[in-house]
Design a binder for this molecule. Structure first.
Ligand code: ARG
Length: 599
């Protein structure tokens, strides 16, 4: 089962080949002039010169070979050598029937070769508040996880929990100073089973301790020492730590859950710790670890890879670029990069992935470049197995990374609550959901809120930054999540009105321009999904969902459905509506967006 675009691409490529032109530049694209054609190929212009011929002549000869092709009613050459293709109603109808019958995939192809893929996303930290980087990572990562799984890969979404840094030492000394969990300050047990530190304690203690560490070197040193002792195996600290991790994790799971973000693995940075010493020894043996001002680093820049750096005295020197990866600090501690490197080994042992995608803020690009290079040098990963998928920032109206109104850091829970309140207001204004029971109304409002936040993020290319504008995101008009939910609910209600009775095996007819357009859009899903997958760009699926909703809107306006005179036409249009709904819900699901039943 292939989409029309690929099928015609093959036919055009074969026709060019028969004319002696073999090239991988030969493509078929959707027509720029839907009034004249469905698809076009501009290949003649690209390849004619190299074959010593003129594009228009070549296009004419290719067109003549395509004449009579079973899928086409017309093949024409236009302008300097465009080949315009018009698909026959019968082919459109049979392609539509194929998509309508394909319950699992709605016309999208699976990958040829499934791989084992880990997607590292969200990356929240114990007790440390989340920021927009974590929010975007969780939204984009969740979508990529669904997209890769849908294409047939075996995928593990890993939260890569930040449970092992300095913040753990900070929390321990902050507890000690408050007399919280004092029994756990001992190096040996037995320890009581219930630990009197709550999530609220953690949320209160962490910011205070972080601020105090900045102001008081003595406090900072104690926290450092506690961190080192924890990592060294201090039993009481370990017990406290395990409790902090569990408390944080269940709160985070709840918050992410409300956003429709889930993980298969909650492995933490701590999971890589047991591998750390062996890895450092291994790097040493391989001659990769170099002494540098008391620290130990791996040089990752190749010969000639340098950049200019201005020193404090104003002079400019050439330094390696990317800079060396810091593996062991001058104080003897393992660093963020060391953890990421050891995590690659940990993942090899547990899962042995063929691909690891890191969905992390673009600002960490250099960090990943260093880690990936070090991993390749050490033989922990080969080319193409590690990819950093960076993304831009969600900014506030001031152009700086978004903060909540209180000026504080982002709280996922507050963000979702604010969005849900606004969704309720909007629904009421639009007189939607008037006849829903309170729980159903709430459910719809929550779905509208999540769709608004996620679609606003995912409709932008991953790499661009965008401005947080809740009023715009939550509008039922324009390119928004709520608009798409509204369209899907509208189709659901149409189908309910029809008694949900679309007879199986209904013959599809594709005669009206709006029907053609709708079927061509349904056909384009396969290409959009494949492109989004290849480029790791969920916005291509978002684009498709929006286009599909618009095609449906036009179809709905132009073609009477329940009011169609002919029963056959009515059944065909209902079947098309049902197929559209199914593909729209599938596309939204790939974005991590759920649709309500009613509004
Ligand atoms: N916890 C990190 C942070 O808050 C993000 C982790 C990203 N993933 C990774 N493998 N380094 O910045």
């Amino acid at each position: 089962m292939t989409d029309l675009k690929s099928r015609l691409g093959e036919a055009v490529t074969a026709a060019f080949a028969a004319e002696g032109v073999a090239s991988d530049k030969i493509r078929v694209t959707a027509s720029d002039r839907p009034d004249l054609a469905d698809f076009q190929s501009n290949a003649a212009m690209a390849v004619a010169k190299a074959h010593g011929t003129n594009p228009r002549d070549l296009a004419g000869r290719v067109a003549a070979r395509l004449e009579g092709h079973a899928d086409l009613t017309s093949v024409e050459v236009a302008g300097p050598g465009f080949i315009n293709l018009v698909v026959s109603p019968a082919s459109l109808a049979s392609r539509a029937a194929e998509i309508l019958g394909d319950e699992a995939r709605r016309g999208a192809e699976p990958v040829e070769q499934a791989r084992r893929v880990i997607i590292d996303y969200a990356g929240p930290n114990v007790a440390k508040p989340m920021h927009v980087g974590h929010l975007r990572s969780s939204i984009i990562g969740e979508s990529l996880k669904r997209l890769f799984r849908f294409r047939g890969d075996q995928v593990w979404g890993d939260a890569h929990f930040g449970d092992w840094g300095f913040q753990m030492g900070l929390l321990i000394v902050a507890c000690a100073d408050e007399g919280l969990g004092t029994q756990f300050m001992a190096t040996e047990g037995p320890f009581p089973a219930d630990i009197p530190v709550s999530l609220e304690d953690l949320e209160r203690l962490y910011p205070a301790a972080a601020a105090r560490a900045k102001a008081e070197p003595e406090f900072r040193d104690r926290a450092r020492k506690a961190t080192a002792e924890l990592q060294g195996g201090h039993a009481g600290y370990r017990a406290l730590w395990a409790h902090f991790v569990a408390v944080s994790r269940s709160a985070l799971e709840r918050e992410f859950g409300a956003l429709g973000v889930t993980f298969d693995l909650w492995n933490g940075e701590s999971d890589a710790d047991p591998l750390m010493a062996g890895m450092i020894a291994d790097l040493e043996t391989k001659g990769l670890l170099v002494e540098d001002a008391g620290a130990r680093v791996v040089h990752v820049a190749g010969p000639g890879e340098t950049r200019k750096k201005k020193l404090d005295d104003g002079s400019v020197v050439e330094v390696p670029s990317p800079p060396p990866l810091l593996v062991v600090s001058s104080e003897g501690s393992a660093m963020y990069g060391t953890t990421d490197l050891a995590t690659i080994l940990d993942r090899r042992q547990r899962i042995d992935p063929e691909l690891i995608l890191y969905v992390v803020d673009e600002r960490q690009a250099e960090h990943f470049e260093q880690v990936f290079r070090a991993a390749r040098l050490a033989g922990y990963a080969s080319d193409g197995e590690l990819e950093h998928l960076g993304f831009g920032t969600m900014n506030g109206p001031d152009g700086k990374p978004f903060k909540t109104r209180a000026g504080g850091v982002l709280k996922l829970h507050d963000l979702i609550t604010t969005a849900t309140d606004k969704a309720r207001e909007r629904l009421k204004e639009a007189r939607l959901g008037d006849d829903l029971a309170p729980e159903a109304f709430d459910d719809t409002a929550r779905k509208v809120a999540v769709a608004a936040l996620k679609f606003a993020d995912l409709s932008n290319a991953r790499t661009t930054s965008y401005i947080f504008d809740l009023d715009r995101f939550i509008s039922f008009e324009g390119k928004t999540g709520p608009y798409l939910l509204y369209q899907s609910v509208r189709i659901k209600s149409l189908l309910r009105k029809a008694g949900d009775a679309v007879p199986a095996g209904t013959a599809i007819r594709v005669d009206e321009p709006a029907e053609r357009d709708l079927v061509l859009t349904l056909d384009a899903f396969s290409g959009a999904v494949a492109d989004a997958y290849d480029k790791r760009m969920p916005h291509l699926v978002a684009e498709h969902a929006y286009r599909l909703a618009q095609s449906f809107s036009k179809f709905y306006a132009a073609c009477p459905i329940l009011g169609a005179e002919d029963v056959g036409v009515c059944a065909s249009r209902l079947a098309l509506s049902q197929g559209t709904l199914a593909q729209l819900e599938l596309a939204l699901d790939l974005l991590g967006i759920a649709t309500p039943e009613r509004m």
